[in-house]
Design a protein around this ligand. Structure first.
Ligand code: ZN
Ligand code: ZN
Length: 135
């Protein structure tokens, strides 16, 4: 039996989540019900922070990119898309498709454009010349 520090009820040990500590498995101080409702309440009270933490998790899972690193790249780009110079609501993360390394942040259109041009600067240069020559 353990007393939940949130709802102050005595509950079975199985009603608590465990936490791994150096000294071994420890029961959390809040019971499962309180942890769950606490999470929902926190989300409702902090929708922006919840969104940010979801996004951070997504970045980490998909690109092994931390939010700090993401913000650093963003800052180095002046928070703008290096292609069109726009400020998109959400950036695409541009990766080298061979090494999988994150190259930078692009707006969706510019990222797709790079993909269509096979990430080939030569094609993009030629296209730019072509466009200018037709003016
Ligand atoms: Zn509780
Ligand atoms: Zn762009």
């Amino acid at each position: 039996m353990k007393n939940c520090s949130k709802c102050q009820k005595d509950k079975e040990d199985s009603e608590f989540y465990t936490r791994i500590r150096k000294s071994g498995l420890k029961l959390q101080s809040w019971c499962k019900v309180c942890v769950r409702t606490g999470k929902i309440e926190w989300r409702a009270a902090n929708p922006e922070r919840h969104k940010a933490s979801e996004r951070a998790g997504y970045l980490k899972r998909t690109y092994s990119l931390t939010l700090g690193k993401y913000n650093k790249i963003l800052l180095s780009q002046d928070s703008k898309c290096p292609g069109c110079g726009k400020l998109p609501e959400k950036f695409d993360i541009d990766r080298d498709h061979i090494t999988n390394k994150v190259r930078g942040l692009l707006c969706h259109c510019c990222n797709v454009t790079l993909g269509y041009a096979y990430d080939n600067p030569e094609i993009l240069r030629n296209l730019a010349k072509y466009l200018e020559s037709t003016k």
